[in-house]
Design a protein around this ligand. Structure first.
Ligand code: 6PG
Length: 250
């Protein structure tokens, strides 16, 4: 089910949803496996989760953190998604290293980084009988060009339907990127997009426009039994009102 919530309070809405999903997963399976989004938008969410009241609502010792994508930089580089998470959430909450699975970007070879990360995901989920690991939650952002995680338009990454992770040289960035693939993202029990700001209005309109291909707007390739778009008003201003009616959530 695809739902759209337009609200200026996307971070509180996301934090409440995160706490609910964590409680449900921990009650059902004893842990909460989440793949976090990178970029700048989710920083406010992570800070909210690390503050009261949300920090008190979640049994953090049973939350396991993965990364939807990462840049090819050292883990303490200002551009690193791990570093952003470490500063905004892991350190403030005292999350144990054993609960954090970062991409091993200290490795020199991009392909081996992706392979090693796929292995660490597989071994974490090994106890589950399913063939493909299943996150309880994948948090995603949305780039102005329609990319999500590090699945960029017109790249080979969009055609990866076997591996769970990949390394991709993104020409437009002139840089390597690492990402979970569509199969792994789309297996998640819940996927939440967190989108904020006037600059995203055009791409948000395109995400909901069936005339745009996944190759052009990779975020359109994300599916889930529980797919929620949390979008603030400036970013939502160009959405076709019909789309909002079809998919709006309470
Ligand atoms: C990354 C992200 C990427 C991000 C979008 C939106 O590593 O950059 O994972 O997919 O979510 O680019 O980024 P902002 O939130 O900074 O706009």
């Amino acid at each position: 089910m695809k739902r759209i919530i337009v609200t200026d309070d996307i971070f509180k809405t996301a934090a409440d949803r995160f706490a609910d999903l964590a409680r449900t997963a921990i009650n059902a399976r004893g842990r909460f496996d989440v793949a976090r989004a990178g970029g700048t938008t989710p920083k406010s969410l992570y800070r909210m989760l690390a503050s009261e009241p949300h920090r008190l609502k979640i049994d953090w010792a049973k939350v396991f953190f993965f990364f939807g994508d990462e840049r090819f930089v050292p883990f303490n580089d200002p551009k690193s998604n791990f570093r952003m998470a470490d500063e905004s959430l892991f350190r403030p909450l005292g999350i144990a290293e054993s609960q954090i699975f970062r991409w091993p970007t200290e490795e020199p070879n991009p392909a081996s980084i992706a392979e090693r990360y796929a292995t660490s995901i597989a071994s974490h989920f090994a106890a589950q009988s399913t063939d493909c690991p299943r996150f309880d939650l994948v948090l995603l952002g949305l780039g102005e060009d329609g990319h999500t995680a590090s699945l960029f338009p017109e790249t080979a990454a969009l055609a990866e339907f076997t591996a769970t992770t990949l390394a991709c040289f993104v020409e437009k960035l002139g840089a390597w990127r690492f990402s979970l693939t569509f199969p792994l993202i789309n297996r998640a029990r819940t996927v939440i997009f967190l989108v904020s700001g006037e600059k995203k209005a055009d791409v948000v309109r395109d995400v909901f426009d069936p005339d745009h291909s996944v190759s052009a707007i990779p975020a359109r390739g994300v599916e889930s039994d529980d797919l929620l778009f949390l979008i603030d008003r400036p970013a939502a201003r160009l959405i076709d009102p019909e789309k909002l009616n079809e998919n709006s959530a309470a």
